[in-house]
Ligand binder design. Structure first.
Ligand code: ADP
Length: 168
């Protein structure tokens, strides 16, 4: 089931929330900053360990940590593409973020997961296209998976919320 909500992803009581991280995994602004502020130092500590092991996270890939003090049990950190005109593989890389996050969730026994609107903030991916890609990837995944029970799209801004509402 897909659910659309408007609000702050750090408040969601789900098995996992997805973070729009950057490749350093060391935190940043936007939703990344909000998640680390609300979840406390345990999340950053695990990010540092992952970084020490594998040197961060590439664009389109995903890693998982504790949810720390968040209501969510886990955080899946994925790195969205920076919009660079659209000819640098940005749509495919954004699709990879959704697909790899969902697969990592299933691999970790997660049943309920919430996504922010990856790449549509500081990374400037056009919001209408990002919404279409996100919905398409989640719908495709759910058509072939019986483990996830709920996928939430958590829109922070009004523009994204109406774009998702139209499409869903
Ligand atoms: P990116 O670098 O991937 O663009 P941003 O964090 O700048 O990441 O923005 C991604 C999306 O997250 C934006 O649409 C922004 O409005 C949204 N956002 C920011 N704070 C929150 C929050 N607390 N909960 C949910 N979404 C948020």
């Amino acid at each position: 089931m897909i659910t659309l909500v408007q609000g702050d992803i750090t408040k969601m009581k789900v098995d996992a929330i997805v973070n729009a991280a950057n490749s350093s995994l060391l935190g940043g602004g936007g939703v990344d900053g909000a998640i680390h502020r609300a979840g406390g130092p345990a999340i950053l500590e695990e990010c540092r360990q992952i970084r020490a092991r594998q040197g961060g996270c590439e664009t389109g890939e995903a890693v998982i940590t504790t949810g720390g003090a968040l209501p969510a049990k886990k955080v899946i950190h994925t790195v969205g593409p920076v919009w660079n005109g659209g000819q640098k593989g940005e749509p495919e890389l954004l699709a990879n973020c959704y697909r790899n996050s969902l697969q990592l969730a299933v691999d970790n026994g997660i049943k309920t997961i919430a996504f922010p609107n990856i790449s549509t903030g500081i990374y400037h991916f056009p919001k209408p296209d990002a919404a279409s890609i996100a919905i398409q990837e989640v719908q495709r995944f759910l058509a072939n998976d019986n483990n996830l029970t709920e996928v939430l799209f958590v829109c922070f801004d009004d523009e994204n919320y109406s774009l998702y509402k139209e499409r869903l």
